[in-house]
Design a protein around this ligand. Structure first.
Ligand SMILES: NC(=O)c1ccc[n+]([C@@H]2O[C@H](COP(=O)([O-])OP(=O)(O)OC[C@H]3O[C@@H](n4cnc5c(N)ncnc54)[C@H](OP(=O)(O)O)[C@@H]3O)[C@@H](O)[C@H]2O)c1
Length: 255
């Protein structure tokens, strides 16, 4: 029997790429708000023989989140792999930010991810197998002035995932924090991140990111930073003094 993966934020970018890659050997449940995009994707993947359930949901709303939790808890057609990928970011100084939007980001990037991780972990733990990929970011390795709350949500995702992966070590459930750097998707346009000027070497495709994640899952890697440039950046931010790192990041983003 084929395994089944549930991917959030599957209507575009990294999530859609996960769905396409996983369709080779998984049946799928695809989640996002834009149902039409999900149905188009499902139609395409079904041609290749993949069973695809479309589950439109706004993960910032109680009804949407509860529906996905319920699907993860179901023992019928159980989910073997959860990819917690839906997320967004904001830019600008925190003092000038619309607080509602910042809190909405915490609801999606943190609260929804924690609730879905819990639902999946309990269901998978009962079966003694499964995997959860939480999509974090390179931004989570240091403070990022200019996108303070976004970077903090991703620091949460990485630390949370690492801790739970250790707790779950003997349960048969693996967890991974995937920490991509700049990835070509709609993310920067949707969220008004002015990063187009950064050199090509700093960018990866969504395919490269997803391939690194799936390879990391095979090898049991808990924190996956895709790409040499990103790994170098992560190492530099671990080794350098925090004061220097946050000042440099602020200067780079101010240009
Ligand atoms: N692109 C990058 O450079 C980059 C780097 C590091 C980390 N990441 C992380 O990677 C993940 C995916 O980002 P991406 O680059 O693929 O961005 P994207 O192209 O903007 O895709 C974001 C996805 O999240 C979904 N989503 C947003 N709000 C949602 C909500 N309230 N409920 C349900 N789904 C929602 C969107 O679908 P709908 O609009 O249809 O709901 C979309 O499918 C995010 O967690 C992001 O923080 C991205």
């Amino acid at each position: 029997m084929r395994s089944r993966a549930l991917v959030t934020g599957a209507s575009g970018g990294i999530g859609e790429t996960f769905a396409r890659r996983l369709a080779d050997d998984h049946d799928l449940v695809v989640v996002a708000r834009r149902a039409e995009r999900l149905h188009d994707l499902a139609g395409e993947l079904r041609v290749g023989g993949t069973d695809v359930e479309v589950l439109p949901a706004d993960l910032r709303r109680e009804d949407g989140l509860a529906a996905v939790e319920h699907r993860l808890a179901s023992t019928e057609r159980p989910v073997d792999l959860l990819v917690n990928n839906a997320g967004f970011g904001t830019t600008g100084t925190f003092a000038d930010a619309a607080l509602e939007r910042e809190l909405a980001m915490v609801e999606l990037n943190v609260v929804a991810l924690v609730r879905l991780t819990h639902a999946a972990l309990v269901a998978m733990g009962a079966r003694g197998r499964g995997a959860i990929v939480n999509v974090s970011s390179l931004a989570g390795f240091q403070a990022v002035p200019g996108t303070a709350v976004y970077a903090a949500t991703k620091a949460f995702v990485t630390n949370f995932t690492e801790a739970v992966s250790e707790e779950a070590r003997c349960s048969g459930v693996r967890l991974q924090a995937l920490c991509p750097g700049l990835t070509r998707t709609e993310f920067h346009e949707v969220n008004a991140f002015d990063v187009g000027w950064l050199p090509g070497v700093a960018w990866q495709s969504a395919e490269e990111v997803v391939d690194a994640s799936l390879a990391g899952l095979e090898r049991g890697r808990v924190v996956v930073v895709p790409g040499l440039v990103n790994r170098a950046a992560a190492t530099a931010s671990w080794l350098a003094p925090r004061t220097l790192v946050r000042r440099l990041v602020a200067t780079a983003l101010r240009r």
